[in-house]
Write a protein that binds this ligand. Sequence first.
Ligand code: ACO
Length: 331
Amino acid sequence: MYAALRSVGAYVPSKILTNHDLERLVDTSDEWITKRTGIKTRHIAAPDESTSDLGVQASRKALQRAGLEPEEIDLLICATISPDYFCMPSTACMIAKKLGISNVPALDISAACSGFIYALATAKAYVESGMAQNVLIVGAEKLSAIVDWSDRTTCILFGDGAGAAVIGGTREREEAIRDVNISADGKYYDYLITPGCGTERPCSEEVVKERACFIKMKGNETFKVAVKTLTSDVVDLLEKNGVESQEITYFVPHQANYRILSAVANSLGLRDEQCVITVDKYGNTSSASIPMALNDLYEERRLQKGDLLLLDAFGGGFTWGSALLPFSPRE
Ligand code: ACO
């Protein structure tokens, strides 16, 4: 049995926060943000919208496009760093509850911006081993809830949203996910971190006063490791699978920063039409960014059966991952 990408779906909250809006919050400018990141707008969830609410909307689309009812899902994985609840229950359990899925495993994956590729790797392994037939994987983030809105070095980067995909079993080799690579190096743990409110520094008045429960980032250092790792990761994956970069239909990288994406795309020698860029409108939505970008391709009718996708992600941990797969909706 092989594993295949059957469908994608996404959801973005309606509220849009522009760079000009941010100029009123922190000492920044549209010009600085655009030049350094390529971001123009990001979407922000409503106060009563949780991460699982975003994930549910994306999942409904993915399920409908796969022609599946919720009860046909036998594993649900949610990649997130902004869960509904601290520790428990998992956001996957909340999504399952809201979709009416019960009595199947539901689990969260915490791999920051690489979370969707970690979820894809896990789904592939479950399907190939025969432990699952139809896996719903979700990348969902309400990063606006864990961003320090007084820190101009991070608050301009992030946005909210969710993407989902159905990974199903197939006997057709040409439909199969060709390869997924995931990896991590914890020596960089403090480059991208929410230092407070975990067991290392439990929640206290001091932690709250220091705003230590929000995202902190060594942006410049992260940038350098990100470009190097994202490039070597996909070069290795393509080489291992005997695929030339020109054979890829779409390169869909995690949308962190336009400068990072263009540096990686240039070193791979990719043409503009191969590169999928959404960071300008959504900002960095962490684990949701790749499935949201895939959904944009789908809804713009640019994603066709058999298109060869190269996914590439890098995030806190550090974690990273890449995947080579065709889009294989059922006829
Ligand atoms: N507006 C105006 N000026 C700013 C802002 C801002 N929003 N933020 C920082 N600056 C200033 C700095 O204070 C600094 O000023 P100084 O020279 O007087 O000290 C100057 O701009 C340059 O700052 P740098 O941090 O060197 O800027 P850089 O070019 O590195 O851009 C950025 C910053 C956009 C954060 C970049 O480093 C980046 O994209 N890093 C990687 C992010 C990433 O890949 N994250 C991984 C995934 S995220 C996840 O896993 C959740």
